[in-house]
Ligand binder design. Structure first.
Ligand code: ADP
Ligand code: MG
Length: 710
């Protein structure tokens, strides 16, 4: 027996034993009593309620029916057999279907005997039926035993085969809870609980598994969600505080000639209020003596580039160099051109470093960089190779960070130029991470909770929102006609094809077929068509891009390489082929390529005639809104936070009951509570916070790597 009752290995629970224990560990990660208690139900069903068969609809959740089997029949061969039972009550009859274990089921079930079946109605071959329901013979206890709130647990096929379906797990929970000699230890101090009137940890755990009534269940869920968020936020905020304690930031105290000349002579437009607000936040960070770690979110076209440039100019004014890192060569080259244009004549020396440079050119750049002659270096991840040495790097801007893995960012973090080894505290360059992928607030707080965030929530004036429509493949001719009309008005058009790694070959074929169809329809000398895809050499890609940017070609056929950051204000039509294969955030990114000028722009989503319900929601969302945050929220609801674009590398901390899509309010409360607590007691040294320190130490054993961003 373990010292602590709750650490007792799961095999010692009555009803488990070695075989089931092995499976519980493998399939659900349940090693101890404590782990079992933390395996919360994901749903509750009302087992006191029965439906009449005549009321059953295909979109109903799990329901319960009482009746009798009147006949059975089997189809298929012995190895893949389907068993259908006709189940009747006074109101009608319904088919109940099994695909597995049919022989055994047939033997066990009796005709003309009362059963209760429990399952989810679905539609199969045009008729409503219930597949693989729970079936129970009616006994005198049938109607007294069930609570109105029966927990439903996630399980696996292997566990079910060993009798551990949801009910089996519920039984283990009951066994465990009834064998408790002591209360489940509290994990939050009183002063954290009382402002929110949280019920105790013990009461919450007991009621999450065996809810007394709806109200207590609500309280239990609130309490458990709160503590889940609270501990994540406490960790993140502590990491942030620790970093501030360990690392010093270069102090950029002055705003000098570089900045001022740019602002007065070169800035081609007044800043939007949102840009001004963000500049203020960044300037404050840069002057504070703390190292800046800021995430800048702003929808495509919101004007992040100029904000990053002005931040870099402040670094220059204080005698430091700056770097701007982009995810692709095309984007790096474009940033380089933009920066060069914007700073022309102001004495700023910028350079572009990419993997495709010749050795000699590269050497030259590296020498000038080390000598401090180059002020701003732009590039791809080639920037963080060890051979790249700055004289004194003061600020790193990372555009579209989600393309950079955590590891790459960590490398950058250590790249602190002539780090002052003599100082007690190490100085590190300031980091500004920019993303046009709007991250729902709740997700940002969880993934990037140790970063400060700024949001540009306003587009520059004079933009007309992009008109979006959803069309089926059958209307392609009409779409061609529309393209011609736009081109005749002097506009340019993108046509984008999906390129998904798993189906790369067919995708390339589709791209090429599409290109051929377009060149056939839009032929020279009247029309010129560019093509860009990942299998081209960077130089060729760039050449084609340039032709389009300069307006020498009318149509750009491409894969998603153009997704990020490319800026061609004259392009006003974005056509997305096989749009059902793109995720929402990607569609939104692509659409952001148009609508950059003052002219009306269009986005045409072309899909196959038959698409899934989810795909339909994605198309409808795109048609209905251009608000990136709204789209991101929908995306998260559809796919769950784990699949959100670009977050895979960072990983989402395990949330077992709280839901980032729905529990944003609780997250806010928990974060606020954690931050107030740390303000008062940053190292958790006060006596009243002992419980928390112990929890953190326990969690620290498997310290979460995702929080080590930058
Ligand atoms: P993103 O945030 O997507 O990186 P960019 O920085 O590329 O956006 O800006 C998009 C376009 O808007 C650019 O052509 C840029 O020059 C222009 N722009 C940026 N800020 C403003 C502003 N305040 N007023 C007008 N145009 C602006
Ligand atoms: Mg950009």
């Amino acid at each position: 027996m373990a010292e602590n009752f709750f650490d007792t290995p799961i095999e010692y629970l009555k009803g488990v034993g070695p075989q089931r224990a092995e499976l519980l560990k493998k399939e659900l990660g349940i090693f101890s009593f404590n782990d079992l208690l933390k395996h919360y139900p994901f749903r509750y069903v009302d087992r006191t309620k029965f439906h009449k068969i005549s009321e059953v609809q295909p979109d109903m959740p799990y329901i319960q029916i009482k009746g009798q089997f009147v006949s059975f029949h089997t189809e298929g061969n012995p190895r893949s057999q389907r068993l259908t039972g006709t189940f009747e009550d006074i109101s009608g009859s319904i088919d109940v279907v099994w695909f597995r274990g049919t022989r055994w089921i047939l033997k066990a079930l009796e005709k003309n005997t009362e059963y209760i079946i429990f399952g989810k109605p679905s539609v199969f071959k045009g008729a409503i039926n219930i597949i693989h329901p729970d079936v129970e013979k009616v006994t005198p206890e049938s109607f007294t035993f069930h609570s109105a709130l029966e927990p439903v647990y996630s399980t696996s096929e292997k566990l079910q085969a060993k009798g551990l379906h949801s009910k089996g797990i519920a039984k283990l929970q009951k066994t465990l809870l009834s064998s408790l000699r002591t209360a489940i230890p509290e994990n939050l101090p009183e002063h954290i609980q009382s402002p929110f009137r949280l019920i105790s940890h013990h009461e919450a755990i007991v009621n999450i598994h065996l809810p007394k009534n709806e109200e207590v269940l609500r309280n239990a869920r609130f309490r458990l969600k709160f503590e889940e968020f609270f501990f994540i936020q406490l960790q993140l905020l502590r990491i942030k505080a620790e970093r501030t304690e360990k690392y010093k930031g270069f102090v950029f105290s002055r705003v000098g000639n570089f900045f001022n000349r740019f602002y007065k002579e070169k800035l081609p437009f007044p800043l939007t209020n949102a840009q001004k607000k963000v500049m203020k936040e960044i300037r404050h960070d840069l002057g504070s003596g703390k190292q800046m770690n800021r995430l800048l979110q702003g929808d495509v076209g919101s004007g992040k580039t100029v904000v990053s440039l002005m931040s870099m100019l402040i670094a220059l004014d204080n005698g430091y160099q700056a770097a701007l890192m982009a995810p692709t060569e095309i984007l790096a080259a474009q940033h380089y051109r933009t920066l060069s244009q914007l700073t022309a004549g102001t004495g700023v020396y910028t350079a572009l470093l990419t993997g495709s440079l010749k050795t000699k050119e590269k050497k030259e750049i590296l020498a000038k960089l080390a000598a401090g002659e180059i002020h701003i270096l732009t590039g791809t991840h080639a920037l963080i190779e060890d051979t790249v040495k700055f004289r004194n790097l003061g600020l790193v801007v990372i555009d579209e960070q989600h393309r950079f893995g955590v590891e790459q960012r960590a490398k950058l973090w250590r790249k602190s130029g002539e780090a002052s080894a003599t100082q007690e505290k190490k100085s590190s360059p300031h980091v500004l991470i920019m993303t046009a992928t709007p991250i729902p607030r709740t997700l940002a707080m969880t993934l990037y909770g140790d970063l400060d965030t700024s949001v540009i929530d306003e587009l520059p004036p004079g933009r007309t929102p992009v008109k979006t429509v959803h069309r089926y493949e059958s209307s392609r001719l009409r779409i061609f006609a529309f393209m011609k009309k736009q081109i005749a008005e002097g506009r340019q058009v993108y046509v984008v094809y999906p390129l998904i790694e798993e189906s790369e070959k067919t995708d390339y074929k589709n791209l090429m077929d599409g290109y051929e169809a377009i060149t056939h329809e839009f032929c020279r000398p009247q029309y010129h068509v560019s093509i860009v895809h990942g299998q081209m050499k960077p130089a060729d890609k760039n050449f084609e891009m340039q032709r389009f940017i300069k307006g020498q070609t009318h149509i750009m056929v491409a894969t998603t390489v153009i997704e990020v950051g490319v800026d061609v204000p004259n392009a006003s039509v974005m056509i997305i082929e096989s749009a059902e294969r793109f995720g929402l955030s990607q569609l939104h990114q692509l659409r952001g390529r148009v609508g950059r000028g003052a002219k009306q722009s269009y986005c045409i989503l072309i899909t196959g005639d038959k698409i899934s319900a989810d795909a339909k929601v994605r198309m409808d969302t795109m048609v209905l809104t251009t608000d990136g945050f709204e789209i991101a929220e929908t995306d998260m609801r559809l796919r769950g936070p784990g699949d959100m674009g670009g977050t895979q590398q960072s990983g989402i901390p395990g949330l077992s009951i709280a839901d980032l899509g729905r529990d944003g309010d609780i997250l806010q409360l928990a974060r606020k509570s954690a931050s107030t607590l740390l303000e008062e007691d940053p190292r958790l040294e006060l006596k009243k916070n002992i419980i928390l320190r112990r929890q953190i130490e326990l969690a620290g054993k498997n310290r979460i790597s995702w929080s080590r961003i930058s």
